[in-house]
Write a protein that binds this ligand. Structure first.
Ligand code: 9WN
Length: 409
């Protein structure tokens, strides 16, 4: 434990607390984001379990009738954020975006119940909503057991090079002028470029015009990509949901079916050409050929054995701080630009968890220590330059503070 950083981390969670939910960081992201919130719950659990449960409960208040849990809930409108609720036109009980985000909630609910059994009644209330959310993925985002996204923002890895080829096939018709707000908060070379941003907005427009009709989008959207973040986090979360079902005497047959489907689906993400897991564009049937930090979530999902181990060791050697979001040997690697190179602490926590469970305690420990050193030296940035740990993006960031308290410290 490093007392100053511990205090600072708790203060960041308190400062970003908007009453029942936290924002990722003030200014840049003034709303509740899905997976950020679930990481926040882990951080709160270190000193306030009641607040940890509330964070997840608030997130599920935004669940749509079809089971989807949105990636952003616009609780209190902030005109400084773009694109806001009037662009997204979400159809749920709280103004929201129209896409989801990596489903880590079931995993964290299981983790919380294991450590703080007093929260069991609250956890049980979340079981049905979690089942509905997982069923939404398996109904609408399931391509032979590989889980697809209809927008890069859904993976949480907005501008990673995996999207370059699917994006090149998209002409963003009707996206003319708009005013980005992110680049007034953060330096332009740390954020996605405007070619990407046009396409992000085009996909939002297509979804909003359809009323977020998943059946329609499944047939028509030009962007439908199977992704390791989604497939591996959902597979892991479904295993955790199954453990909760058993604990509470609930039926497990449906969950077993989903697990078997995704275990087979994970193989669809294996790219023989690079000997690694990557994304698979369903529209063109092409792999991206990019090894990302999400590729190393295979252990977390309990698949692949040691197929990714040599790449892991190579990349861990290549940069002072790891795991970079894009393989430094790939030509698209940019060590400062968001998901094209920087290190993200919360992804490291998931990767280290998987490594430890797969019997690689030494590597798990080394990654934990490397991340601890990074945050201890550089603070609670959104993401970091793998070469020297320079803090990038938003500062005083909720999930970096949360994973410090829950795991790295
Ligand atoms: C769009 C909030 C979110 C994270 C994502 C991260 C970034 C948003 C943005 O910030 O995405 O959802 O505007 O760039 O990529 O993982 O949840 O921290």
């Amino acid at each position: 434990m490093t007392p100053d950083r511990d205090r600072e981390a708790r203060a960041i969670l308190a400062r970003n607390d908007r009453g029942g939910y936290t924002v990722p960081t003030a200014g840049l992201y003034p709303y509740q984001w899905n997976w950020d919130s679930v990481f926040a719950a882990l951080g709160f659990a270190e000193h306030d379990t009641d607040r940890a449960w509330t964070e997840i409960e608030t997130l599920f208040r935004g669940q749509w009738d079809n089971g989807m849990v949105p990636h952003i809930l616009f609780h209190q409108i902030d005109p400084e954020y773009f694109p806001g609720p009037n662009v997204w036109k979400g159809t749920g009980p709280i103004p929201s975006s129209g896409i989801s985000q990596p489903p880590i909630a079931a995993t964290v609910v299981r983790w919380l119940v294991g450590r703080h059994p007093g929260g069991e009644p609250r956890a049980r209330q979340l079981f049905g909503p979690l089942m509905d959310w997982h069923r939404w993925f398996m109904t609408w985002r399931n391509e032979g057991g590989a889980i697809v996204v209809t927008h890069p923002w859904e993976t949480g890895r907005d501008n990673c090079p995996d999207w370059d080829r699917p994006f090149a096939a998209i002409e963003p018709d009707g996206i003319t002028s708009y005013h980005r707000r992110d680049t007034s908060e953060v330096q332009t070379d740390e954020r996605p470029n405007s070619w990407e941003y046009d396409r992000y907005l085009y996909l939002v427009k297509l979804g909003a015009e359809s009323g977020w009709d998943e059946a329609h989008l499944k047939d028509t959207t030009p962007f439908r990509v199977a992704d390791p973040t989604m497939t591996f986090t959902l597979l892991r979360a479904t295993r955790d949901l199954r453990a909760l079902a058993e604990r509470w005497g609930q039926p497990v047959a449906e969950l077993d079916g989903w697990i078997a489907e995704m275990e087979a689906g994970a193989d669809r993400l294996w790219n023989d050409e690079i000997g690694a897991y990557d994304t698979l564009d369903i529209r063109s049937d092409a792999h991206s050929g990019v090894i990302s930090n999400a590729s190393f979530l295979a252990w977390y999902a309990g698949v692949g054995g040691d197929r990714m181990l040599a790449h892991f060791d190579r990349i861990a050697e290549a940069t002072r701080y790891y795991v970079p979001s894009t393989d430094p040997a790939h030509p698209a690697y940019e060590p400062r630009r968001y998901w094209r190179g920087p290190v993200w602490a919360m992804l490291n926590m998931l990767i280290a968890t998987g490594l430890g469970e797969a019997g690689h305690a030494d590597r798990a420990r080394a990654l934990t220590e490397n991340t601890r050193d990074l945050i201890a030296r550089k603070g609670f940035a959104e993401y970091f330059d793998p070469r020297d740990g320079a803090p990038l993006g938003g500062q005083t960031f909720t999930w970096t503070a949360a994973v410090w308290l829950a795991w790295a410290s």
